[in-house]
Design a protein around this ligand. Sequence first.
Ligand SMILES: *[C@@H]1O[C@H](CO)[C@@H](O)[C@H](O)[C@H]1NC(C)=O
Ligand SMILES: *[C@@H]1O[C@H](CO)[C@@H](O)[C@H](O)[C@H]1NC(C)=O
Ligand SMILES: *[C@@H]1O[C@H](CO)[C@@H](O)[C@H](O)[C@H]1NC(C)=O
Ligand SMILES: *[C@@H]1O[C@H](CO)[C@@H](O)[C@H](O)[C@H]1NC(C)=O
Ligand SMILES: *[C@@H]1O[C@H](CO)[C@@H](O)[C@H](O)[C@H]1NC(C)=O
Ligand SMILES: *[C@@H]1O[C@H](CO)[C@@H](O)[C@H](O)[C@H]1NC(C)=O
Ligand SMILES: *[C@@H]1O[C@H](CO)[C@@H](O)[C@H](O)[C@H]1NC(C)=O
Ligand SMILES: *[C@@H]1O[C@H](CO)[C@@H](O)[C@H](O)[C@H]1NC(C)=O
Length: 461
Amino acid sequence: MRLYSFSLWFFALVVGSVSARVSDSETFKNTFNLQEHLGSLSIYHEPYFAGLSSKFPESCEIRQLHILQRHGSRNPTAGDSITNAGYLAQVQDQLINGTFPINYTVPGNPFQFIKSWVPVINPSNADKLSSSGRLELFEMGREIFSRYNKLFDSDVYEINTAAQDRVVESATWYTYGMFGEEMANKTKYIYLAEDETAGANTLSGHKACNVYNEKKINQKKTKHVLSEWEEIFLSPIKTRLNPYFSDYNLTNDDVRSFFYLCAFEVALKDESDFCSLFTPSEVINFEYDYDLKFSFHTGPASEWSSIMGGAYIHNLAESLRSISNETNHQKTFFAFTHDTHIFAVETALGFFPDITHENPLPATFNPYTYSAKTSSFVPFAGNLITELFQCQDQKYYVRHLVNQQVFPLTDCGYGPSHSSDGMCELSAYLNSPVRVNSTNNGTNIFNAACEAQPTNVTVHY
Ligand SMILES: *[C@@H]1O[C@H](CO)[C@@H](O)[C@H](O)[C@H]1NC(C)=O
Ligand SMILES: *[C@@H]1O[C@H](CO)[C@@H](O)[C@H](O)[C@H]1NC(C)=O
Ligand SMILES: *[C@@H]1O[C@H](CO)[C@@H](O)[C@H](O)[C@H]1NC(C)=O
Ligand SMILES: *[C@@H]1O[C@H](CO)[C@@H](O)[C@H](O)[C@H]1NC(C)=O
Ligand SMILES: *[C@@H]1O[C@H](CO)[C@@H](O)[C@H](O)[C@H]1NC(C)=O
Ligand SMILES: *[C@@H]1O[C@H](CO)[C@@H](O)[C@H](O)[C@H]1NC(C)=O
Ligand SMILES: *[C@@H]1O[C@H](CO)[C@@H](O)[C@H](O)[C@H]1NC(C)=O
Ligand SMILES: *[C@@H]1O[C@H](CO)[C@@H](O)[C@H](O)[C@H]1NC(C)=O
């Protein structure tokens, strides 16, 4: 792999070019990149927005940078439920020892590869980053440092990170990518506990929210929606794959586990024969399963998304406002986190206006065209970047990038180009009805709704 690629797009291309084996039966084979449609288990890639240039706008100067960055590709998490390493390792054993009675004599059996397959999921690596996860974060730090080089004029940089190991390790590779061996001297790490003690500083969403956890908010509804959709999208796959087994009917969990084996093998060794078990439309329905889950959990179909995401936004807004405070010189702001947290912040910023609590995603069919695609917004190493510019008219402008692509903000007017350039004048951005409660009062709203204690550690996002 070439590491000396300045272009952000080149990186996505290199990582994205690992063999995506999809079914021969589908005609859009050459344009469908399966690994970019695995929900939040997708590999890092550019989303498909309006195609706005992410160059710095002409006659504007970058003044602040805010990074909200997810950890990189990882192993399955610890535990015995379906997405966990323990469960998947058991499926691996069962495939090899014949508990799944594959009938290899059926012509064209897509499970033929099992005969020579070497499993890679190992429960002793549960929760850890994969080697590609390390590389993603290192490369990202390197690219950010080079793109925003003008802003790096401090001796020491505060690095806020959710305290879980893989997030901390991600922050570490990232800061090595920025500073090399000077990293230790140039950074001050602030660890945010993944429990209630983090309060409104949380970088792990609902884990800091007593009320949400104790009342099991959204759990029942989410479970119900997911089981309804599961029946719909997995049934035809079971019917299609059953003939490749001898006297055995696949269960929903069996098929799900093949999807997860596909995703985690891609995360661990860049490719997977399990991916070739599925057609592109089946994969897109698996993607929808993730979008439903995130959307009902702390995304746009939940009344709690603006509470979960709002505290970060309030903190961000304070830092943006501080640009006009002569005594305040911090230019770069780093926070390392999880997919669910980024998704809640993006929801609270108003990125998904087509989905609401009153008008949620349907459980009975995949509408295909909707905004809140986890694959695009929170793949492994996904990020939300906030840029603050000062332009020729001396005004300040805000722009968001999602995975290094400009997000087309539409709720707060135009930037200095007087066209839909993804930029909003700072006060229009802060006062847009979509997010004004969060920018002005997000911390209090979080503290009140979650019954959280005010935090005693000051962080800047
Ligand atoms: C196959 O592997 C599973 C999971 O590890 C185990 O429970 C089962 O006993 C094994 N069966 C045989 C026949 O070895
Ligand atoms: C870090 O700082 C210490 C103390 O100032 C200094 O001795 C050391 O050489 C520095 N290390 C690097 C890698 O810059
Ligand atoms: C396996 O598949 C072959 C070919 O389709 C079929 O003749 C045979 O009966 C199957 N074996 C079992 C045990 O189902
Ligand atoms: C599989 O399901 C079919 C249809 O429900 C049923 O007739 C058959 O007995 C099942 N086979 C096994 C092995 O459970
Ligand atoms: C400016 O920043 C300083 C230092 O962070 C702070 O004490 C002061 O209250 C700020 N002033 C305004 C007007 O926000
Ligand atoms: C903002 O807060 C006000 C007052 O609490 C409330 O009436 C309004 O619905 C909130 N707006 C949004 C978009 O949540
Ligand atoms: C801020 O939020 C708190 C908690 O929900 C609420 O009591 C207060 O009225 C809000 N303040 C404003 C100015 O909206
Ligand atoms: C902040 O509060 C937590 C929990 O109450 C406490 O354990 C910690 O020592 C406090 N930290 C500081 C810097 O006061």
